[in-house]
Design a protein. Structure first.
Length: 111
């Protein structure tokens, strides 16, 4: 596994919850949005999201529902629950603390 893949895997829960904060979304939509907003630096195959969805749903952070699209096609949409918003806030705080520490270390190497 590459270093970039390790970073992606560790960030997937936070990114998923952050996108759901903006409204209900389905798996492919989340995958595409991550790729688009990261200028394709972060690409997540849609299938890779489902273990994260299932775990977050089991933990009560998100819920899912099916919605009919067209005449016969259904999509599963995911919705952020209050517990998920709390989890997101915690993850962002932890991410920022680690990122700040890394930036401090790297800055001292440059000087």
């Amino acid at each position: 596994m590459s270093i970039r893949d390790s970073f992606k895997k560790g960030s997937l829960e936070m990114l998923t919850l952050a996108l759901l904060k903006g409204g209900d979304k389905y798996g492919y939509e989340i995958s595409q949005t991550i790729g688009d907003r990261s200028s394709s630096v972060i690409t997540i195959p849609e299938g890779s999201l489902y273990p994260t969805f299932y775990r977050l749903e089991k933990e009560g952070c998100i819920t899912s529902y099916k919605k009919l699209v067209g005449e016969r096609r259904t999509r599963v949409y995911y919705h952020l629950e209050p517990l998920g918003l709390e989890r997101l806030n915690t993850l962002v705080e932890e991410y920022n603390a680690v990122n700040d520490a890394i930036q401090t270390i790297l800055a001292k190497l440059e000087g």
